[in-house]
Design a protein around this ligand. Structure first.
Ligand code: GLY
Length: 369
């Protein structure tokens, strides 16, 4: 008999397989579900930072089921993403998210050599964002040469991976410089992390913090907390540097203290008590990070908190209707997003929920390493 996580993963893969057919027919990369249909990103099209999560979801389903439908669908989107190498303007530090979960996953799971070279290409693009003043630049905007965001901790895995593949330490050295800057500048004494820090691009000195997708300056945007938690855990797995593990554990302690009584995750841990603004993506990412921390430390509260988050999402916020696209509900793109980005389904929520289930079921191919 299947346990509840195996049962959920099976049902989810069946639903995703059914609804993936429409994405393939329209040749789009799903960004979110709207009126029950997959829609592409309204922002930069296939160059938007989220493009890797759909192929990542396909690879998770493929690893769990061995159904070649998922492999083919992942490769359909991998081709679209490789075409985006030519749209340089749109690409940001998020090439980690985009290409580790697409080409990188293909190379890892099937040994596809072309996919491996494409992943190295992405790693080189990320290297091109390095400012020797001490950080990887986040975005391309004219006044954003000094902008760094906590989310980038996840993208560092692409660089660590590239050093392992090539035997060339440059990639890992750059990743470590960035991680050390993040450790020094983003981690606050209470275990929370800032979302955006702006540096002087000439000197590397901190200029100011920006609220970013959080509710206010100095607040705790929950997805940023989750990126920090999982990102520092990955930095530890990539380097075995205990300072990164310590950071991940501090961020985890703060995150666990803020899980809502119903097990869901507020969009910002500093938002007004009266406000119902949930971001389950943050909970799903944090569950993945907590399960990795449990594997590293064997401390049971990490696993217990991950289960609390996953159980709440499965019980309260999954759309199991058969042909309605999208799985995880009450995802919120950004705290100030009161329109289509609030309490909706967004594809990276589905990805991280499936990754968390895969970790619990022993099928996770661990696409970040
Ligand atoms: N990396 C951008 C976000 O989490 O919304």
């Amino acid at each position: 008999m299947l346990n509840r996580y195996e049962d959920a993963a099976k049902k989810a893969a069946e639903k995703i397989r059914r609804t993936a057919v429409s994405a393939a027919q329209s040749d789009l990369i799903p960004y979110k579900s709207e009126n029950g249909q997959w829609i592409a990103s309204p922002y930069e099209g296939n160059g938007w930072w989220t493009g890797g999560f759909w192929p990542g979801l396909m690879w998770q389903c493929y690893a769990a089921t061995k159904d070649s439908f998922f492999l083919e669908e992942a490769r359909r989107v991998e081709k679209l993403l490789v075409d985006e190498f030519r749209v340089f303007r749109a690409l940001s530090h998020d090439v980690g998210f985009m290409y580790l979960l697409s080409c990188g996953a293909d190379a890892k799971i099937t040994g596809n050599e072309e996919a491996l070279w494409d992943t190295l290409h992405a790693a080189s693009l990320l290297m091109g964002r390095f400012n020797p003043a001490g950080y990887l630049r986040a975005w391309n905007g004219g006044n954003q040469a000094g902008f760094v965001i906590i989310d980038c901790m996840m993208n560092l895995s692409l660089l660590f991976w590239a050093s392992r593949q090539t035997g060339d330490p440059r990639f890992a050295k750059v990743a470590k410089i960035h991680a050390d800057t993040a450790l020094r500048e983003f981690l606050r004494p209470n275990g929370s992390v800032s979302h955006i820090i702006e540096f002087d691009p000439e000197t590397g000195k901190r200029v100011r913090e920006h609220a970013g997708q959080g509710c206010a300056l100095g607040s705790q945007w929950s997805r940023g907390q989750a990126w920090g938690l999982y990102g520092f855990a990955l930095a530890y797995l990539n380097t075995k540097d205990a300072r990164y593990l310590d950071a991940a554990e501090k961020i985890a302690a703060n995150f666990m203290a803020h899980i809502r009584p119903d097990g869901l995750t507020d969009c910002d841990f500093c938002q007004p008590d009266t406000e119902e603004r949930i971001d389950n993506i943050a909970g799903a990412i944090a569950a993945c990070g907590l399960l990795e921390l449990y594997k590293i430390t064997e401390r049971t509260p990490y696993r217990a908190s991950a289960l609390r988050l996953v159980d709440a999402m499965l019980q309260l916020c999954c759309d199991w209707t058969e042909n309605h696209c999208g799985l995880l509900t009450k995802c919120t793109a950004s705290y100030h997003d009161d329109g289509a980005g609030r309490h909706t389904n967004i594809v990276y929520g589905d990805y991280f929920l499936m990754e968390a289930l895969a970790k619990l079921n022993g099928t996770d191919p661990m696409l970040w390493l």
